[in-house]
Design a protein around this ligand. Structure first.
Ligand code: AMP
Length: 274
């Protein structure tokens, strides 16, 4: 595995590669969720690039940029074991210059839910993903459904900017109790972890209602709020279609139920695709 730290080196190396290239962008502190993306990309492509970069422009003032978990050595070992060909770990100064040209999230889909709670987050996310997709010239890039709105906006960016990469959505990986894996879970103590399970439980209960014929979003949300009472603050419960238009009725095959909340100061999100 080659570890590359500058954009120039990666672009040079990329020109020497023939055949399909899979790409998995991450912010590190790798867990089994990341690993499932990496494994899928390994299986579906001749070459595999993984990036680890904690992108400052997607963190808002007061968010956990400095405290974001960093586990460089363990991450390198995980990538080696997963047979990654190139691990890209750039510095901030090699990714950004002062007074940059920026792309912005769309006015509606980019500013509801996560975009409303974290205004500006998606601008920074799209900016870094655009850069990484361009530098890697990937055939396919892999993103988790865990960050459903992010995935939807990246797909829209690729479409709107006529980019040639294929975006591959990957299933959400959970621990044995149902909690969606996240780098931020390490901040939860055991009581908080127990309470955080309400997020996935509320989604399971919503799925049960839908499977028994319920279509009303109002009724489903009411039931979810009942199951979310152990969450310190529920930020949103929402049902959208695959393009992130708000739904008032469930349509099986084109609905995503999303939930976000804070437990003991840790902000968590989860969702289920119906
Ligand atoms: P991050 O390092 O949090 O930026 O995540 C990098 C990629 O891994 C994103 O595409 C995430 O959606 C994906 N990811 C994170 N957690 C999970 C999970 N539990 N299951 C599936 N994908 C995940």
């Amino acid at each position: 595995m080659k570890i590359i730290t500058t954009t120039e080196e990666l672009q040079k190396l990329r020109k020497e590669i023939d055949g399909s290239v899979g790409f998995v962008p991450t912010m590190g502190a790798l867990h089994n969720g990341h690993l499932s993306l990496i494994r899928q990309a390994r299986d579906e492509n001749e070459h595999l690039i993984v990036s680890i970069f904690v992108n400052p422009t997607q963190f808002l003032e007061g968010e956990d940029l400095d405290a974001y978990p960093r586990k460089e050595e363990a991450d390198i070992r995980i990538c080696e074991l997963a047979k990654v060909d190139i691990l890209f770990m750039p510095s901030i100064s090699s990714m950004y210059e002062k007074d940059e040209l920026c792309i912005g999230a769309p006015a509606i889909r980019g500013y509801i839910l996560e975009g409303q709670k974290r205004a500006g987050h998606f601008d920074g996310m799209l900016q870094i993903v655009m850069k990484l997709l361009n530098i890697s010239s990937a055939t396919r890039a892999y993103f988790g459904k865990k960050d459903a709105q992010q995935l939807s906006l990246i797909s829209q960016m690729v479409k709107n900017y006529f980019m040639s990469v294929s975006i591959v959505p990957c299933e959400i990986i959970r621990d044995e109790s149902g909690l969606a894996l996240s780098s931020r879970n390490i901040y939860l103590n055991s009581d908080e972890k127990g309470r955080a399970l309400s997020l996935s439980r509320s989604l399971k209960e919503a799925t049960k209602m839908i499977m028994s014929g319920e279509k009303s979003v109002v009724n489903i949300k009411e039931n979810m709020h009942f199951h979310l009472k152990d969450i310190d603050s529920v930020e949103y419960v929402c049902i959208v279609d695959r393009e992130f238009n708000i739904r008032d009725e469930i349509e099986i095959g084109d609905s995503i139920i999303l939930v976000a909340g804070k437990v003991g100061g840790v902000r968590l999100i989860d969702n289920i695709w119906i």
